[in-house]
Design a protein around this ligand. Structure first.
Ligand code: PLP
Length: 400
């Protein structure tokens, strides 16, 4: 009998991390690599946040804190939800964890029983299905392709709901597509959910602030306040304030759920890093200039990447509403052959051949549950992006 758990045997390691590591190894061997596989802002954490963290160390904030967050931070999160989303949460409805990832993990571990279903629109963030599996639940995938703007329809949601559905996970703007649900589209989904009172909503709003043009971000409980009693609204400082390494995420929901999540956290990691909590407090309560500045930079890069990719032979790239990803289709390249004689059979072989031939690292669509596509993270410099696009164009043009 295997020493490792049977549940773990069904869980895949993250493909995004695998591609990033492969690119890193190739770079260490001296290859000229442009890695567009990692999902993190390439900016430094704003100065006032770093200074606050240093002061927190000197002030002795270096001990255990309350398991799911210091009271000041919970208050700041409650204020953020009121100010930015029109959502009224009391501090005891707030939980703080080690990244948004732990908030999602806690919620699923605290609520799933064998046989429970979790609806996940594809393409999805790589961790959702595996977290559901780890929690003993069953992921139910509904596909939203390029023709629907990578957004599920109310009809698709309706037909995926069964008596065993426990959660539906909604991620807008999305990783990996950047697609966002505007108010009308979100209302289409919340109207369906109103008719199914046993289904809970897990709103992953981590890319809230990275939205472009005139797209207006909305979160489900804001669009339909009657859902607030069965919604966990999740967010964090990683993407909004270039704080991926600090590991602070937060969530808000009904007190019973929040207490159960704190229970899971108390038996796993205890409090998130004390110093990072003070840094997150500074992020949420201090100047918000970084958000506006980074948004303008990301929008410019998005436009550069979308225009460049659409000039590549065989690539179709829609314009995303947010996040820092594009998710182009390579349907027209399937079956073509590289100059070395390798046939592009799927998006995995496309990504591998692209990496080998040009040194550009992207993540294949299979990892996100929708093929044939690939994901580019444009959280990289304009020079790197232009270089990568030129290499991709050369590669696509060389296929026969
Ligand atoms: N949700 C989505 C859609 C993400 O892309 C990520 C990070 O890549 C997270 C949640 C988790 O973010 P963190 O744990 O850094 O807060």
């Amino acid at each position: 009998m295997s020493f490792l758990s049977q549940t773990l045997a069904r869980v895949k390691p993250s493909s995004t991390i695998a591609m990033t590591n492969l690119a890193r190894e190739m770079a260490a061997e001296g290859r000229d690599i442009v890695s567009l596989s990692a999902g993190e802002p390439d900016f430094d954490t704003p100065l006032h946040i770093r200074e606050t963290a240093k002061a927190a160390i000197d002030a002795g904030h270096t001990r255990y804190t309350a398991v799911d967050g210091i009271p000041e931070l919970k208050q700041a999160v409650a204020d953020k939800f009121r100010r930015e989303n029109g959502l009224d949460y009391a501090p005891q409805q707030i939980t703080v964890g080690t990244g948004g990832k732990q908030i999602l993990y806690n919620a699923l571990m605290a609520t799933l029983n064998p046989g429970d279903e979790v609806i996940i629109p594809a393409p999805y963030w790589v961790s959702y299905p595996d977290m559901v599996t780890l929690g003993g639940g069953t992921p139910v995938i509904i596909a939203a392709g390029i023709d629907s703007g990578y957004r599920i329809t109310p009809e698709q949601l309706e037909s995926a709901i069964t008596p065993r559905t426990k959660w539906v996970i909604l991620n807008s703007p999305s990783n990996p597509t950047g697609a966002g649900y505007g108010e009308t589209e979100m209302r289409g989904l919340t109207d369906v959910l109103l008719r199914h009172p046993h289904v809970w909503v897990l709103a992953d709003d981590i890319y809230e602030h990275l939205v472009y043009d005139d797209f207006r971000f909305v979160t489900p409980a804001q669009v339909e306040p009657r859902l607030i009693e069965r919604t966990l609204t999740m967010n964090g400082v990683s993407k909004a304030y270039a704080m991926t390494g600090w590991r602070i995420g937060y969530g808000a929901g009904p007190v019973e759920l929040i207490r159960a999540m704190a229970n899971v956290q108390s038996q796993s990691t205890s409090n998130p890093c004390s110093i990072s909590q003070y840094a997150a407090l500074a992020a949420l309560t201090g100047p918000q200039d970084y958000i506006t500045e980074s948004r303008a930079v990301f929008q410019r890069r998005r436009d550069l990447v979308v225009a460049g990719l659409n000039q590549c032979e065989g690539i179709d790239c829609p314009v995303p509403q947010g996040a820092f990803y594009v998710y182009p289709s390579i349907a027209r390249l399937i079956g073509r052959t590289t100059p070395e004689g390798t046939t592009i059979t799927d998006d995995r072989s496309f990504a591998m051949e692209l990496l080998n031939a040009t040194g550009v690292a992207v993540v294949f669509g299979e990892a996100f549950g929708l093929s044939p596509h690939f994901r580019i993270s444009y959280a990289a410099s304009d020079a790197q992006l232009s270089d990568a696009i030129a290499r991709i164009r050369g590669f696509c043009g060389s296929l026969r």
